[in-house]
Design a protein around this ligand. Structure first.
Ligand SMILES: *[C@@H]1O[C@H](CO)[C@@H](O)[C@H](O)[C@H]1NC(C)=O
Length: 245
């Protein structure tokens, strides 16, 4: 009997102690030293209860809400998803729930309040020479990593690509690849261009050769002519005569 009394006391006393702190029941609120029934979510109080009448509740006006039973005279204003804070609307506000915002496309949330995002920033971009190791999500940033070896990425690839091997394609490398760009290949001289080049070279050799020969002959001619002029005029006049005949 004695032990039972003790048990009852230890259980009941703490419970009573809690109850003494708030005089009103769980779904009531205290106003003017009186307990009034709360209004349900989506509503707020128009008139507090009196001895005769229960609380008069009013649905929240547009763009306001209450998401818990309450004794508020005013509903809370709905949050706005501001694009300047990197936000877009995920779920519109109702009378009993606040707006739910999410990060804009290519943004990720860095500050949350319950299920709604309240601040988001843009995903980082990978630099040339890096690849996207992990794409950004609504809650994580992009993860970049450097290209290594004989590979490249312009910063928007999901992996580094191997440089094109020009000689394996029967081409010649006109520009070596870097970590951010592929190698550039060009056509090696084809048979027809080779022929064209050799023809041009041959012609050039022939022309230069001829020009030199002509100049040399001309030089020789003028020098022998001068000598014959001084020594003997006859051969010329003889030639002229022969032409006339
Ligand atoms: C990288 O290359 C891809 C396809 O080749 C192109 O669409 C993209 O605009 C390039 N990005 C940059 C940052 O140059």
């Amino acid at each position: 009997m004695f032990t039972l009394r003790i048990t009852i006391l230890t259980i009941i006393i703490p419970l009573n102690y809690e109850h003494c702190f708030c005089r009103c029941a769980h779904a009531e609120y205290e106003i003017n030293k009186q307990c009034c029934p709360m209004c349900s979510p989506g509503n707020c109080v128009l008139w507090h209860c009196t001895d005769e009448i229960s609380t008069t509740c009013l649905p929240c006006p547009p763009l306001t809400f209450t998401d818990e039973p309450n004794g508020l005279m005013k509903c809370f204003p709905c949050s706005v998803c501001n694009a300047n804070r990197g936000l877009r609307l995920n779920k519109a506000c109702t009378q009993s729930s606040d707006t739910v915002c999410g990060p804009l496309e290519r943004f990720y949330c860095i500050e949350k309040k319950e299920i709604s995002c309240i601040f988001a920033v843009q995903h980082s971009e990978c630099s040339p020479g890096q690849y996207i190791k992990q794409s950004g999500t609504g809650s994580t940033d992009t993860v970049c990593a450097d290209c290594s070896g004989d590979t490249y990425s312009n910063g928007s690839f999901s992996s580094c690509l191997p440089h094109t091997k020009c000689d394996a394609m029967g081409l010649i490398e006109t520009n070596p690849g870097t970590e951010s760009s592929d190698s550039e290949c060009g056509n090696p001289p084809t048979a027809s261009t080779a022929i064209a080049i050799s023809v041009i070279v041959t012609l050039l050799i022939i022309i230069t050769g001829s020009v030199f020969t002509i100049i040399r002959i001309q030089k020789k001619k003028t020098s022998t002519g001068n000598i014959s002029d001084r020594i003997n005029v006859e051969p010329d006049s003889l030639e002229e005569q022969a032409i006339r005949i």
